[in-house]
Design a protein around this ligand. Structure first.
Ligand code: ADP
Length: 321
């Protein structure tokens, strides 16, 4: 099982810098911008559909997509934008999934995707990494280092999610407000102390929390929210935190789901593993199968393989199967 990492950040945050370093460390990088260009390359069905919908004016002399012309067509026209996304997004998703699936089994795959937060995809990765730089500094770098027009840079920044929204989606907030050397150090640390052990845990089917954990470690609400979002995305149905179930250990969380047999479905297990989560037998429940009422213990836990998140989710619910 590969470890799938989502990498994002506002324009000018240093995303490309981070993904280049991760690639040099051995990650397989899937670049969403490159995929977006590939699916509309000359000769593709998507480009033909775009021509049909928007007219020959959006095709350049050499037969490639005239991006500025297309941008003019969809600017301020919600319907046109949706039509365009209807043509491109499914193909981008398909091609990205293909590239991710083609990575070696033991790879750390980094999906570099500018719109990760805007598209609400954080829960589809085992780990979401956001490169974080205050907006004013990003603007400065775009203008001074990348030579962008200031008004254009401001407009691009405004069109994206805000820093707070991005921070909320982040399992890892990678500070790039200081020097490139500092960033280099942080990325190296992330790679060797989190991504590699996370990948190794997943490969071995080993939770990061094999035994009792220190009761001093606490899980904050945003961390719990991100964990539950991943569990829900994996099982494909709502999972509620069960605050009434007594847990002696703060890292032993309790959740309720309606059909616990979903956890035995190999496809569900696969989707959970893709999100860094392992389904395990609950060693605390010895009398499995007797208490099958709603909110009874079930004999299964979902455990994270993330070394920085030694958490188990003990599930309660009805055995509907
Ligand atoms: P993104 O891919 O997120 O748009 P880039 O990686 O292209 O951002 O970074 C934007 C610009 O800032 C580039 O010119 C890059 O070299 C520069 N840069 C990246 N990190 C730093 C840093 N810590 N200090 C100064 N400049 C940086």
């Amino acid at each position: 099982m590969t470890l799938l990492v989502g990498l994002s950040g506002g324009i000018g945050s240093g995303k490309s810098t981070v993904s280049a370093q991760l690639a040099s460390l051995g990650a397989v990088v899937v670049d969403a911008d490159a995929v977006a260009r590939e699916v509309v390359a000359p000769g593709t069905p998507a480009l033909a559909q775009i021509r049909e919908r928007f007219g020959p004016g959006v095709i350049a002399e050499d037969g490639s997509l005239d991006r500025p012309a297309l941008a003019q067509e969809v600017f301020g026209d919600e319907g046109a934008r949706r039509d365009l996304e209807g043509i491109t997004h499914p193909r981008i998703r398909r091609r990205s999934a293909e590239l991710i699936a083609a990575a070696p089994q033991d790879a750390v795959v980094v999906h570099d995707i500018p719109l990760l937060v805007e598209l609400g995809l954080a829960a589809d990765y085992a780990l979401t990494v956001i490169v974080d730089v205050p907006e004013t500094e990003r603007l400065r770098r775009l203008v001074e280092l990348r030579g962008m027009d200031e008004a254009a840079a401001r407009a691009r920044i405004r069109a994206q999610a805000g820093d707070a929204e991005r921070a909320e989606a982040a399992d890892v907030l990678l500070d790039n407000s200081t020097s490139p050397q500092d960033l280099h150090g942080r990325v190296g640390e992330l790679w060797s102390h989190r991504l590699l052990p996370f990948r190794d845990n997943l490969q071995a089917g080993r939770p990061s929390h094999p035994g009792p954990v220190s009761p001093t470690t606490q899980v904050s609400d945003p961390v719990l929210a991100r964990l539950l979002a991943r569990v829900e995305a994996g099982v494909g149905e709502p999972v509620a935190p069960n605050s009434t179930a007594p847990t002696s250990d703060p890292l032993d969380l309790a959740g309720i789901m309606s059909d616990l047999h979903l956890l035995d479905d190999p496809r569900v297990r696969q989707r959970l593993a893709r999100r860094g989560l392992l389904v395990q037998a609950d060693e605390n429940v010895t009398d499995v199968g007797r208490d099958t009422h709603a909110a009874g213990p079930t004999g299964r836990v979902i455990a994270s393989a993330d070394p920085a998140l030694p958490v188990r989710l003990r599930l309660h619910g009805r055995e509907n199967g």
